[in-house]
Each structure stands twice: as C-alpha cells, then as structure tokens.
Design a binder for this molecule. Structure first.
Ligand SMILES: Nc1ncnc2c1ncn2[C@@H]1O[C@H](COP(=O)(O)OP(=O)(O)O)[C@@H](O)[C@H]1O
Ligand SMILES: [Mg+2]
Length: 358
C-alpha cells in the first residue's frame, strides 16, 4: 500500500522490521558507540558526587530537547529560574518540567524496571503540566508550519494506537539478538510514528532514549543525551524519520541515531573531565585560602546552583544565615564567585560553571 501523508498511517508495521537492519556499517558504529558509553559509564564512578553530574547534564538535555520543539531558553536563564530570579522567559519553567520528567522516568525504572504505556503517559503529563492520556481521535498531524503542509498523519483510533504501543512495549523488553543501540533507534522511530499524544511526543521519545540506555544495562546514570546532536542535524533527524515511513529506509536512520549516541557520549566524557577539574580546582582553592569555611557540601552546592543565594546554604544546613552570608562574601572576595545584584536580591554566581556549560 502506498503511504499518504494526509491519511492516518494505520498500516505502520509492528516491530521488528522484517528486513535485515544490522548491516556491517551499522554494527561497526554500534560497537564503537557501546565502547564510548562504557568508558563514560566507568568514568562516572570516579566523580565523588554523581548527582552534580546528573543535575548538570539533565539540565543541558532539557534545554536542547525542548529547543528541537522551538521552546528556547538558555542555561543561564535556567539557573536563574532555579534561584527564583524574576525572569521574563515563559519557556524556562516548561524546560524545567522536562528535567523533572527525566528524574521521574529514572525513579519509575528503578521501581518497575519496565518502559510501559503508563510511564509514557506520566512523562507526557509532567512535560505538559496537565494530565495526558493516549490520543483518542484524529486529532493530530505533523505539519511543516513554514511551508504549511502536512508531513505525516499518525495512526488514528484509540485501539489502534494502544495496540501499537503494546507491540512496542513487547519489542522493548523482548530478549533478542539485536544490538541494544540498534533497538534504541527502532524504538525511537516507532514511538514517534505512533505519536500517542496530541503533543509532547518528541520530548517523551527523547526521554525514552536515555531510559532505554539505562534499562538495557549499558549505562547506570542519566548522563548521555542525544538532543544536542539532533538540534545540530535537525533536518537529517526529520528526513530520517520520514524516510523510514516512506521508503522503509532503516539504515540511514539507524546510522543517524548511532552517531547521535556516539556524539552525546563524547560530549558527556568531555564535560565530565572538565567538571571534575573545575570542582577540584574550586575545592582545593577554598581549602587552601579559606580553610575555616571549607566543606565538601558547600563546594557541591556551588555546582548545583550557578546562581547561589544565602538561603540555599541555610536550606542545606551548611550554615545559619549570618555565617552563610559571610561564607559567600568571602568566596566572592577571593574571586571564586561573582557577587551580583538583580532587583533587590544578591546572588553569588559560579562563572566557572556557567562558562563550562556555554
Ligand atoms: N515525519 C515524521 N514521522 C514521525 N515522527 C516525526 C516526523 N517528523 C517529526 N517527528 C517527531 O515529532 C516530534 C514533534 O512532535 P510533538 O508531539 O509536537 O512533540 P513535542 O511537543 O515534544 O514538540 C519531533 O520532535 C519528532 O520526534
Ligand atoms: Mg509540540
């Protein structure tokens, strides 16, 4: 049957595809990517507080993944939002919801060890900030808003959509001989092609990528993300998805996804090393120059909040208000932090962290 972008694609084939997907080129890239993931995973154990790493990387991912959907904010604005600095960008809160969804997904995985439709709905609900359930009607299309044309119409009818999701769940958990990273690429296409929600499908699908890396045992913490590569190669991402539908052309799609995994893993490796050096640098400077106020908790707090305020030290039981103020001012005096005033409030900015992430 020929595919028509204007008609619901109810003939979307269930997984797995009948054709051979693991060509030599695919297997070579997959092996490469797995090796880098293993290197990153191993390295992540040497970071004293992996939470810092997870917080930082998931914040970057939230920014990038939302940017693919034209929900644009900056790292600086996100850190400001965390410090409740008044801001005028309405998207910042929305991006933070994405990070919240990543965390919820990880918790769900720890408790249930499955990627299920109920998890997909939970992620969509958190991202959108309203209760989301699987689409019931013919209420969605993928449009090229610029050229005003419909690119794709996903399957329609609640039963059809639910059945396709059930097939997807089975495929995810089936023990088979496919390389897990090749499976990830197939899962991402399938999820986007089913397009179970009226909105949020791109973002939920990209969260599933990281959750699948964890579920398959390749990675133990949510620290490798694909969205940065996807933004940088956005047309290839859309073309790849469309070509699978239109021509059953899996190889370029799988290769694209493998490259995005490799690139994401390399970025994480670099950030990990840079972050570790930055933390070590600040840690030893403070230990040496201000030994009386030094504590590991304080140093870590400065990496959780690029915009730090006195209250954060109080909330984290590092010091009482007066002492906390003395601590942050002393850190500003030795130029570890930059003291700034926004409105009526004072913030102590960790520029080393902001630069590292810019
Ligand atoms: N031709 C296509 N076929 C299937 N999925 C597509 C196609 N083009 C784009 N997509 C996916 O649809 C997503 C956008 O869907 P949407 O529900 O608006 O997600 P979000 O709200 O997160 O933006 C894209 O990020 C991409 O993953
Ligand atoms: Mg959208």
């Amino acid at each position: 049957m020929t595919w028509d972008p204007l008609k619901p694609y109810n003939d979307l084939p269930d997984l797995r595809p009948t054709q051979d997907i693991e060509t030599r080129a695919v297997l070579k890239l997959a092996a490469n990517a797995r090796e880098i993931i293993a290197k990153v995973d191993g390295f992540s154990y040497s970071v004293p507080n992996p939470l810092i790493l997870i917080d930082t990387l998931s914040l970057q991912e939230a920014k990038d993944s939302c940017e693919i959907e034209n929900i644009v904010t900056s790292t600086d604005e996100l850190f400001k939002e965390l410090a409740q600095v008044d801001n005028t960008n309405p998207y910042t809160k929305e991006v933070l919801k994405y990070r919240q969804a990543v965390y919820e997904g990880c918790e769900y995985l720890e408790r249930n060890n499955v990627l299920s439709t109920s998890l997909f709905c939970q992620l969509a609900s958190t991202i959108k900030g309203v209760e989301m359930s699987v689409r019931k009607g013919l209420d969605t299309k993928i449009q090229d808003t610029f050229r005003k044309i419909t690119l794709y119409t996903p399957p329609a009818g609640e039963n059809i959509v639910t059945n396709k999701l059930t097939n997807l769940e089975r495929f995810i958990h089936k023990k088979d001989d496919l390389d897990p990273l090749v499976k990830l690429a197939l899962i991402h296409y399938q999820f986007e092609a089913i397009h179970p929600f009226t909105d949020g499908n791109g973002r939920v699908g990209r969260i599933l990528n990281i959750l699948y890396l964890i579920q398959s045992g390749l990675l133990h913490k949510p620290i490798i993300y694909l969205s940065k590569y996807i933004i940088e190669n956005k047309n290839e991402y859309y073309d790849g998805l469309r070509s699978v539908t239109q021509n059953h052309s899996y190889e370029p799609w799988v290769i694209f996804m493998l490259k995005s995994i490799e690139s994401g893993a390399n970025d994480t490796y670099k950030l990990l090393s840079d972050l570790k050096s930055a933390i070590d640098f600040i840690d030893s400077s403070v230990k040496q120059k201000l030994p009386k106020l030094y504590s590991r908790e304080l140093i870590e707090l400065l990496f959780k909040h690029a915009y730090c305020k006195i209250q954060f030290l109080v909330d984290n039981n590092i010091a009482k208000r007066q002492t906390a103020s003395e601590y942050l001012n002393a850190l500003a005096d030795i130029k570890i932090l930059n003291k700034i005033k926004i409105g009526r409030n004072i913030y102590f900015v960790n520029n080393i962290l902001l630069e590292l992430l810019s």
